[in-house]
Design a protein around this ligand. Structure first.
Ligand code: DC
Length: 206
């Protein structure tokens, strides 16, 4: 399915997979796709009244380039539309084509190693405790001037975890052959270093 070198990075919200994915892509010169943006773009359209399946089927790349996709409201809407099989199906080909591009690709999301790219050469599952993830997300939102409380952010993280892990379609879980990186007690540099080492281990032996 995938001709290029693919790194699949999955994990729950705010575990650091975005940071790790960008750093891995930059280090190896691979293209990067944050697949959460696809679901966020669909969620944002649903908040404006569009049907979720239609929104997914008519999505264009420009829809991903929008700062308003980063709000907690859109994140929750994304997690809700992500349950819908037709939405996931409509987004499949785009993700698989991206993964197969020449020159290598890093995709991060929830089901990359399990459903989108089960043949990926490297699979990572980047995770951290719910409290640590809420702490990071709270700091990030405060830094961007978005008002909220730690308790509200923790409740949001837990609600999204439950919905992402318990859904029937492509639930969030590590692939059997994924390397798990728990970033709870790691610095950003340590987490990135662990991910780069995992890729090097495969490329070196290839
Ligand atoms: O990674 P993120 O926080 O931007 O993702 C937003 C939501 O999109 C997440 O709660 C679940 C959904 N999602 C998904 O179901 N599958 C993916 N590959 C990526 C995101």
């Amino acid at each position: 399915m995938s001709n290029g070198f693919t790194v699949a990075i999955d994990g729950p919200a705010a575990a650091g997979k975005g940071t790790v994915s960008k750093a891995v892509a930059a280090h190896f010169g691979f293209a990067h796709l944050d697949t959460g943006l696809l679901y966020r773009a669909v969620g944002a359209k649903v908040l404006l009244g569009m049907d979720a399946a239609v929104a997914a089927q008519t999505l264009v790349p420009d829809d991903l380039d929008d700062d308003s996709l980063r709000t907690p409201e859109v994140a929750q809407a994304a997690s809700k539309v992500a349950i819908i099989a037709q939405v996931r199906a409509a987004l499949l080909d785009f993700q698989r084509s991206f993964a197969a591009r020449a020159g290598g690709a890093v995709l991060d999301g929830r089901d990359i190693g399990t459903v989108i790219c089960p043949q990926a050469q490297v699979k990572l599952f980047v995770t951290a405790s719910a409290e640590e993830r809420a702490k990071r997300r709270f700091a990030e939102l405060s830094g961007r001037g978005i008002a909220s409380s730690f308790e509200a952010v923790l409740a949001d993280v837990r609600a999204r975890d439950a919905r992402d892990m318990e859904r029937v379609e492509a639930p969030l879980r590590p692939a059997a052959d994924a390397t798990v990186i728990d970033t709870s007690d790691l610095t950003v540099d340590q987490a990135v270093g662990a991910a780069i080492a995992a890729v090097d281990a495969v490329r070196g032996s290839g």
